[in-house]
Write a protein that binds this ligand. Structure first.
Ligand code: NAP
Length: 307
């Protein structure tokens, strides 16, 4: 017979790990299901985190490890599996989680699967992925030492990536579709101070060029219509994120793929809570993900104590 947990947390980014910490403190019989071998989610690929209180400038990978260590220290249990679907047996019944590796059952669930990189959908993006096209500057930046690269996007991730790449690349273009960046002002100031960064405003990328390896990026200025080809060896795409919510389709109400939930994590499905980037919210950052984890466990505890 399958063991029935009080709580299953799906995902082990800052939201899932914070939830694991709070669930251990609440003495809930909990299992965390994580897809990757290393916990931390998107944080792992962040070069430097400069806005998490008390830990200025900590490396993303180190912060991910610290969060995991904290959960481990409190005795959290983890299973490595990729969740395919969730079956809600209805009010007062359990929720059954189906993964590639097994089936798990609990009285309550916290969905904390986060989000993944959005694709641009231009020619060359898919065929040259891993051959000069990347979605992770901290993972792949070192391959472009003394080379010319382009970052596409104008948000926090694009600007952080460009600042990181400028340390090793001879030149970095930032291709942004508007004449104003979306990124935090402090990041913009750091970017504007760099000599080897050129911001290409009002411009969209049309195609990544190259046979086997990237050798250029075709772009168009949306105001003038002018087309040009930038000679680059690397293209870093940072045009936002998409929620990792596919396994939960039909389970709870969603909005543009995000699970509808407020700060308390309560979704339209009884006993199912959402935390972190996968839920509808204003600000997707590590601090708000961590807060979500704590709130979702508090809501789950209340739900479980009702019996
Ligand atoms: P984001 O804030 O949604 O920014 C995406 C950027 O890509 C925007 O500048 C957007 O342009 C552009 N874009 C979107 N679709 C595009 C397309 N089809 N063609 C060209 N450009 C396109 O996403 P993000 O930078 O990945 O960040 C994700 C979340 O994580 C955000 O909430 C962010 O604040 C958070 N985050 C925070 C930090 C931090 O606090 N240090 C660090 C990393 C991430 P427009 O501006 O014109 O819309």
């Amino acid at each position: 017979m399958t063991h029935i947990y009080d709580l299953i947390i799906i995902g082990s980014g800052p939201a899932g790990l914070s939830a694991a910490i709070y669930a251990q403190r609440a003495r809930l019989d909990t299992l965390v299901i994580e897809k990757a071998m290393v916990s931390g989610g998107q944080v792992l690929t962040t070069y430097e985190v400069d806005n998490y209180p008390g830990l200025p400038g900590i490396g993303g990978y180190d912060l991910g490890l610290k969060l995991r260590e904290h959960a481990d220290k409190l005795g959290a249990r983890f299973a490595e599996d990729e969740v395919q679907s969730v079956e809600d047996k209805g009010p007062g019944q359990t929720k059954v989680v189906h993964g590639f590796g097994g089936t798990y059952e609990a009285k309550a669930l916290i969905l904390a699967t986060g989000a993944i990189h959005r694709k641009l959908g231009i020619p060359g993006e898919e065929t040259l992925a891993g051959a000069g096209v990347s979605y992770c500057a901290t993972c792949d930046g070192a391959f472009f030492r003394n080379k010319v690269t382009a970052v596409i996007g104008g948000g926090d991730v694009a600007v952080e990536d460009a600042i990181f790449l400028a340390r090793m690349c001879s030149k970095v273009y930032v291709i942004h579709r508007r004449d104003e960046l979306r990124a935090a002002k402090s990041l913009q100031e750091s970017l504007f101070a760099l000599d080897n960064v050129e911001i290409v405003w009002d411009t969209v990328a049309d195609a990544v060029c190259g046979e086997g390896m990237v050798n250029g990026l075709e772009v168009t200025n949306v105001k003038t219509g002018e087309k040009r080809k930038l000679e680059v060896q690397g293209v870093f795409i940072a045009v936002g994120i998409s929620p990792e919510s596919k396994p939960f389709e039909g389970l709870a109400e969603m909005e543009h793929g995000y699970i509808k939930a407020g700060e308390d994590g309560v979704t339209s499905a009884e006993g199912i809570f959402a935390a972190g980037d996968v839920r509808t919210k204003q600000l997707r950052q590590i601090i708000t993900a961590a807060a979500d984890g704590a709130n979702a466990v508090t809501s789950a505890e209340r739900f479980l104590s009702r019996g």
